[in-house]
Design a protein around this ligand. Structure first.
Ligand code: ZN
Ligand code: CU
Length: 490
């Protein structure tokens, strides 16, 4: 007898092909039948009128630390996400020195581990609600090996960084990531990245990048990313593709044309995007305190601000007006205040038309880039990304079809990041599933009220275990859940 049978669903299997009516039987952690299921399951769920899809893969997250701090991962599970890629933008929790904070606030937890294997063991130990696959971050290993030095590495330092990439990949990581606008990654030259990406290439891994520039020099940055992939000989994932700053709006078309050209020449380049017109990240990294960019200052909103909690959820311009000071001075005051470097901001820098153009591209995956700091007012993408694509961009705006959107949240992503036997609804695959109503699915998280779980998702199954049902998050009696640390292509 099957453990669980989901009946009368419209199965959208993740390949992009049309939905079809079927029952799906699950035994243990795998899908055993897709079609007519005659036997009764230990549990039966009637899914008439709803879509059963593979669980979504959030390919761009900063959830390394969140897996430990919030193992229930409610903000991801509620969106239908069953697997995450962590370690993005050059920041990964591993490797680390126990007790020593890494280069980023994004991790948000003090390491007790040293390498990727011991980090994975720590995550496994808490029994997270979702699966995770890790990238190894350039900023993390550079800070570990040479601190925040503004110079190229010595040969010995480069060798140490190479070793970190190689060892992490042997321990299951899927590749190497950079965040070339951030400290200390921004101090590197292209050759350093090529040398480290080549370590990933040796083991069949990938290169994921928050590029050196996403605004005035976006096109040059795309050239650099493609050049790195070509020189090191590995696939490139362009993270959160955007054209930032009003003067750069509309450049997305030229940037995507470069990607298409590279693909036509045989380079394996893919991308991801979050469906919002604002970005978010560590504020101190975006400004030079001695020369605060006034255009950027105008469009900043405080997400979490431990120095001034009362600013959270407010636009910097409004706070500055209240104090009768220029907004550039407010930004400087906040960054220089005690704990000011821990400020996370939201910046309204993206054009809606560019978001839609991104979503139309067939190699565009969906990644939330959510920052899992639940204090203050986080960017709503943390809770709303996947339902927003399906409800707003698919149903309301008709930017892409439902089957195509599901493909770009599932099989395309699982293939790119080496999630074996996941990303499709098919016999023999892992039972990572989401059941939703295509007529009602929608995000409810807003900039003013961001910590809201979406509507229209009835059921999420992770490794065969019901993890979310009708708004209730399930955990077993011992407090653990069914998520796993995944190993690349294994
Ligand atoms: Zn980034
Ligand atoms: Cu990111």
């Amino acid at each position: 007898m099957a453990d669980l049978v989901i009946r009368n669903a419209t199965v959208i299997d993740g390949t992009g092909s049309a939905g079809f009516k079927a029952d799906v039987a699950i035994d243990g952690d795998r899908i055993t039948t897709v079609g007519d299921v005659a036997e009764n399951g230990d549990r039966e769920i009637d899914a008439a009128g709803r879509v059963l899809a593979p669980g979504f893969v959030d390919v761009h997250t900063h959830d390394d630390g969140a897996l430990l701090r919030h193992p229930g991962m409610e903000f991801k599970l509620a969106q239908g996400c069953t697997s995450l890629v962590i370690g993005n933008c050059g920041f990964s929790a591993a490797p680390a020195i126990p007790g020593q904070e890494g280069p980023s606030e994004l991790i948000g937890v003090e390491p007790t581990w040293t390498d990727y294997a011991s980090f994975s063991a720590a995550v496994t130990n808490v029994g997270p609600a979702v699966n995770a696959m890790g990238l190894i971050g350039h900023n993390t290993i550079r800070a570990l090996v040479m601190g925040l030095e503004k110079r190229p590495p010595t040969d010995a330092e480069l060798d140490q960084m190479r070793e970190h990439v190689g060892q992490s990949m042997e321990q299951g990581a899927c590749g190497f990531s950079t965040g070339l606008i951030y400290e200390p990654g921004r101090y590197c030259e292209t050759d350093e990245v090529i040398a480290l990406a080549a370590e990933s290439a040796k083991r069949g891994g990938i290169y994921a990048t928050h590029m050196r520039n996403e605004g005035d020099r976006l096109l040059e940055a795309v050239d650099e990313a493609i050049h790195i992939g070509r020189s090191a000989g590995l696939p490139v994932q362009i993270s959160h593709h955007k054209s930032a700053g009003r003067q750069n709006w509309g450049k997305i078309g030229q940037s995507l044309a470069k990607v298409d050209e590279a693909r036509a020449a045989g380079d394996d380049v893919t991308l991801d995007v979050y469906p919002y017109t604002a970005g978010s990240g560590p504020m101190a990294q975006y400004f030079d305190v001695d020369n605060v960019n006034p255009d950027l200052a105008e469009v900043i909103r405080f997400a979490s601000c431990p120095a001034f909690r009362e600013y959270e959820g407010r636009m910097a311009v409004d706070v500055a007006a209240e104090q009768g000071i220029p907004v550039t001075q407010l930004i400087r005051d906040v960054i220089l205040a005690p704990l000011g470097d821990k400020t996370v901001c939201i910046q309204f820098i993206i054009d809606e038309a560019d978001v839609e153009e991104n979503l139309r591209h067939p190699q565009m995956m969906v990644g939330s880039d959510g920052i899992p700091n639940l204090n203050g007012n986080p960017h709503p993408r943390l809770f709303g990304t996947f339902p927003k694509v399906l409800g707003y961009y698919v149903r309301d705006r008709n930017i892409l079809g439902l089957e195509e959107a599901v493909r770009r949240m599932t099989s395309l992503s699982a293939n790119r990041f080496g999630l074996v036997d996941r990303g499709r609804v098919a016999e023999g695959l892992f039972a990572d599933l989401v059941l939703f109503d295509p007529a009602t699915i929608i995000d409810t998280a807003t900039y003013d009220d961001p910590k809201q779980e979406p509507d229209g998702i009835d059921l999420v199954v992770v490794n065969g275990v019901v993890a979310l049902e009708n708004g209730t998050h399930a955990r077993s009696a011992d407090g653990t859940a069914a998520g796993r640390m995944l190993a690349y292509r294994a």
